[in-house]
Design a protein around this ligand. Structure first.
Ligand code: GUN
Ligand code: FE
Length: 420
């Protein structure tokens, strides 16, 4: 069965486009011949990633979200007041992600203007396509006093300044994004001010939405409505707003998110630790909600999005079947929840590109050439293809499930080679 939301096929250039394609080839300064055992694929779009949490990757997942933030994450993020430290982390993070095929990253930076500008510069220098957001957060209960905007208006002003600073970096591949951390960390005045800033500037928005039981209960208690409804009332659920997680959205809320043209960054591994639920990808897509994949570093301890595809497939199977053997099979799961590797890679490429409104995610004319080459024949590599056994579909599955960073031989952003 072909699901309705299966990927669009790429097409050969039309006869009208063919001469232009040939001319581009003839004038290319670099020609790369791919061996027959190499897959050319769209680059990966990481729709949700916390750049300053890179040094924390792989640790600290023993606490629930609300304590993880205060005990581990805010102290680390506060260190980015030191711009030299920030620049050193960015110079490790960005090329590491590019090597894994992450050609686009939608970043939460820290609360600091300088560090955020340095992140935008690092993306431009290393050649990564990125949306870069300075995190706004000012709530006296939801943030520590040593890591917050002093007032709501200071938070709005700093966000405005960060938009200008990221634009001033001068790369057409690196753009700003307005980034209220999430409702518990922001006062009403800050949420409202950032909603107004988004309306006035047209700059995209990202935030965390309906991530965990605690997050949802908090929103209901404070606003008297659900988290997504409150964010929408503050003007933050807009076309191409990236709502991270959102695994607790009801059908009614999904309809509102879809109606506003916003989308979800699905973060399957992180959800296993913090979310108390599995996001229903197929329900969301059926409701018209755009969906892409996010690593959610460091709530998600796996940086590469091919691994994220595997996680998305795996958790969808667990959602479909359920997990408690004490329940009978008919009561255990949510029917028709599973996705396959084709759908998962679609989320990690074209799906994420559509949510963020970026002209990438498919290799076809009219889109930027953000791509990667994966070798299936590398001596010592992770992938084995067997003559007479592995057809193209099986080879594709093996690439998505098994390819390691070392098997990714080339990565391009905007046609430029970016993997050292
Ligand atoms: N909610 C607010 N901040 C964060 C964060 O840094 N990570 C995750 N996963 N959820 C959050
Ligand atoms: Fe997150």
């Amino acid at each position: 069965m072909t699901p309705e939301w299966s990927p669009r096929c790429t097409t050969d250039p039309t006869p009208r486009e063919r001469p232009a394609a040939q001319a581009a080839l003839d004038s290319a300064t670099e020609r790369v011949e791919l061996t027959p055992g190499t897959f050319l694929m769209p680059g990966l779009v990481d729709l949700h990633i916390h750049a300053p949490q890179w040094p924390q990757l792989g640790t600290g997942l023993d606490l629930p979200l609300e304590r993880w933030l205060f005990d581990y994450t805010f102290p680390l993020e506060a260190r980015y007041a030191d711009t030299e430290f920030a620049a050193a982390v960015w110079d490790d993070l960005v090329p590491s992600l590019l090597a894994m095929g992450t050609t686009t990253a939608v970043y939460f930076s820290s609360n600091h203007l300088e560090a955020t500008t340095a992140l935008a510069r690092a993306c431009a220098r290393h050649g990564q396509r990125a949306l870069v957001g300075r995190v706004a957060m000012d709530h006296p209960d939801g943030t520590p006093e040593w890591y917050r905007d002093a007032t709501a208006s200071a938070g709005v002003e700093a966000s405005k300044a960060s938009i200008e600073a990221v634009k001033a970096v001068g790369s057409r591949r690196v753009e700003p994004i307005i980034t209220p951390r999430f409702a518990p960390a922001c006062t009403d005045a800050l949420l409202e001010g950032l909603g107004e800033l988004a309306a006035a500037t047209g700059v995209r928005v990202q935030t965390h939405c309906a991530e965990s039981d605690w997050h949802c209960d908090y929103a209901l208690d404070r606003f008297g409505v659900s988290d997504s409804t409150a964010l929408n009332r503050f003007g933050l659920v807009r076309p191409h707003t990236v709502l991270a997680h959102s695994d607790h959205l009801t059908a009614d809320e999904m309809a509102i998110v879809a109606g506003q043209g916003a989308g979800v960054a699905h973060c399957p591994l992180s959800n296993a630790y913090f979310a108390n639920a599995v996001f229903g990808v197929r329900k969301a897509l059926a409701a018209g909600v755009g969906v892409g994949l996010g690593s959610d570093i460091a709530g998600g301890a796996r940086p590469g999005l091919l691994g994220g595809c595997q996680d998305a497939v795996t958790v969808s199977r667990m959602l479909e079947d359920g997990v408690d053997p004490a329940l009978g099979a008919p009561q255990r799961g949510v029917p028709e929840s599973r996705i396959d590797t084709v759908a998962a890679l679609w989320l990690a490429t074209a799906g994420g590109a559509a949510v963020a409104d970026l002209p990438v995610g498919l290799i076809e004319s009219g889109r930027c050439f953000d791509a990667m080459a994966v070798r299936t024949d590398r001596p010592g590599g992770a992938i084995r293809l067997w003559d007479g056994i592995d057809d193209e579909a099986r080879a594709f599955e093996k690439v998505v499930r098994l390819a390691t960073t070392d098997d990714i031989s080339h990565v391009w952003v905007d046609g430029k080679s970016v993997k050292q």
